[in-house]
Design a protein around this ligand. Structure first.
Ligand SMILES: *[C@@H]1O[C@H](CO)[C@@H](O)[C@H](O)[C@H]1NC(C)=O
Ligand SMILES: *[C@@H]1O[C@H](CO)[C@@H](O)[C@H](O)[C@H]1NC(C)=O
Ligand SMILES: *[C@@H]1O[C@H](CO)[C@@H](O)[C@H](O)[C@H]1NC(C)=O
Ligand SMILES: *[C@@H]1O[C@H](CO)[C@@H](O)[C@H](O)[C@H]1NC(C)=O
Ligand SMILES: *[C@@H]1O[C@H](CO)[C@@H](O)[C@H](O)[C@H]1NC(C)=O
Ligand SMILES: *[C@@H]1O[C@H](CO)[C@@H](O)[C@H](O)[C@H]1NC(C)=O
Length: 360
């Protein structure tokens, strides 16, 4: 073993210790989590569900995904309903924190906190917000798919329709078929996969294969389907820097999806705190020299700024190759996580991932 390899091994171990040393701060829930509805019955009665998912009109609830609490409630219900299928590999309390869908809720919370939903101090979400539009396909869509597959057994409800957004299963199957199908598959897989029933926290490979792989496949389909639909909202973002950041981030999401990072609450909070800016960018921002942002956020923004957008699609197949199996995926994830801090080390980890594929 060369000393360079040794150095990388030590660093890997250090990173694992760092990321398993979680604090209360990292266990925090998205803003206003405890105020959001936790069941369909927590939403207001509408009295008139013309295009309700289910038939019983006398008890029909109205869900407005353009209200922060209503959309957050969709995540709450989804997480509550799916945690029993995922709690076997959880070694912390509450068990919900291990739910790999929690990352979606945590990211939505970051969008709210940073005013990316254009809520401007209210709890209303603007249909003009690119981020809110993007998140629609990562909140309403998985929710509808979970209802379709019976993972969520709800009463009758109707989703308020606004702008270009599909608001029931039939419409969404027409608007974004592959995202709907992949999310349904993910939930069916959750219900049916007996081979995964004995998975514990130690079975990283099985967690990857049974849970993370199918979830990120559906996530990828949502991102790919959403981007062309919401394109017109990009110019409504308040600066060129923010526009570039939005597109770069949606590309980084493809890379995270391919490497299949664990997206539970704790890991997502750590990643977001480290790398995502807590406010929208302005055209005066010149990373890594934004005095009100942390050093690591500055470095992440600098990296995203330096990478031309074409790079992501050009390099995608190589990245896919390097992330083929669970073991190589871990190195790919480390490469991603370390890239803002050291591009050289990230390249080294990418090479280790490639070498690992040879012995998958
Ligand atoms: C219920 O909604 C339908 C369609 O939006 C509308 O035509 C009908 O008048 C409504 N009925 C009541 C009682 O509000
Ligand atoms: C419809 O909902 C009402 C109120 O919850 C309930 O009493 C009734 O039994 C339901 N009807 C059917 C057909 O499920
Ligand atoms: C889901 O909600 C039910 C009822 O609100 C509650 O009893 C249960 O503990 C929740 N499940 C989880 C995993 O939090
Ligand atoms: C809310 O904030 C967004 C982003 O800063 C801005 O573009 C928009 O004009 C604001 N809307 C209102 C009603 O203040
Ligand atoms: C938020 O949206 C609701 C429902 O559409 C509306 O009644 C309310 O006036 C809005 N509040 C603000 C502050 O815009
Ligand atoms: C992600 O989605 C795009 C568009 O549907 C597809 O071309 C690509 O192969 C998908 N990537 C993965 C890893 O599934």
């Amino acid at each position: 073993m060369t000393s360079a390899t040794m150095h990388l091994l030590i660093l890997t171990i250090a990173l694992f210790i760092f990321s398993s040393n979680t604090s209360i701060a990292e266990q925090r829930f998205p803003t206003l989590w405890f105020e959001a509805p936790s069941s369909i019955a927590g939403y207001p009665l509408s009295g008139n569900c013309s295009s309700s998912q289910t038939i019983n009109n006398s008890d029909c609830r109205i869900i407005d995904p353009w209200l922060y609490l209503d959309r957050l409630g969709l995540y709450k219900i989804l997480i509550n309903a799916t945690t029993p299928y995922m709690d076997r590999f959880c070694s912390v309390q509450p068990l919900q924190e291990c739910n790999i869908l929690f990352g979606l809720a945590a990211n939505f919370g970051w969008q709210f906190d940073s005013n990316r939903l254009f809520s401007n101090g209210t709890k209303n979400i603007s249909v003009n917000s690119w981020w809110a539009s993007f998140n629609y396909y990562l909140s309403v869509i998985p929710f509808l798919a979970a209802v379709d597959t019976g993972v969520i057994r709800s009463g009758a409800f109707q989703i308020v329709q606004r702008d270009i957004f599909c608001s029931n299963s039939d419409e969404c199957l027409k608007q974004i078929p592959s995202a709907m199908i992949h999310w349904r598959n993910y939930f069916l897989n959750l219900l049916q996969s007996r081979s995964c029933s004995g998975v514990t926290a130690k079975d990283g490979g099985l967690i990857d294969e049974c849970y993370l792989g199918p979830m990120w496949l559906a996530h990828n389909a949502s991102v790919a389907n959403a981007l062309p639909i919401i394109k017109t909202k990009l110019s409504l973002l308040p600066s060129y820097n923010e526009q570039h950041f939005s597109l770069a981030w949606s590309n980084v999401l493809y890379y995270i999806a391919i490497a299949r990072k664990n997206s539970n609450l704790i890991e997502t909070n750590i990643y977001q705190d480290k790398y995502l800016p807590g406010r929208m960018l302005t055209d005066k921002d010149n990373p890594p020299y934004c005095p009100d942002l942390s050093k690591s956020v500055n470095l992440a923004l600098e990296l995203l700024h330096d990478i031309p957008l074409e790079f992501y699609s050009e390099f995608m197949d190589y990245w896919y190759g390097a992330s083929t199996c669970y073991e190589s995926g871990i190195y790919a994830q480390i490469a991603l996580e370390i890239a803002p801090l050291s591009r050289t080390l990230a390249a080294a980890y990418y090479e280790i991932a490639q070498l690992t594929v040879l012995v998958c």
